[in-house]
Unconditional design. Sequence first.
Length: 135
Amino acid sequence: MQQAGHHRGAARDRLIDLVSLQQCALSALEIEDALRETDPEGKPVGRASVYRALELLHEHDLLSRLDLGDGVARYEPTDPAGEHHHHHLICEQCGQLVPFDDAELERSIHQLSERLGFVTSAHEVTLRGNCADCR
């Protein structure tokens, strides 16, 4: 961020630290709530600051933005090397979001792309259904 000419800020640094520890994507409101809960001085980060920081990090390819069809954007860190990649299961009842990795699925996507003569630069897989608690 500094190389791109952006100054450091305490709120942005806290947001980056929080998001980097997550296993899966969070919405801006979930991030705002988590920042409020973990602030040692009890100083909340403003909602506008959260949204600005998320958009800035997304513009610099440090966060990916996920649209799971429910009108809520979620954000998760990107792997600069592009090596760590996961997909998502989402419960249609409670909204639980579960990340998953599957090497066989990745191979199948690669083979399908080759068979169709397509060079795939990125992909997302979201499986919808009901979690064990909601079934």
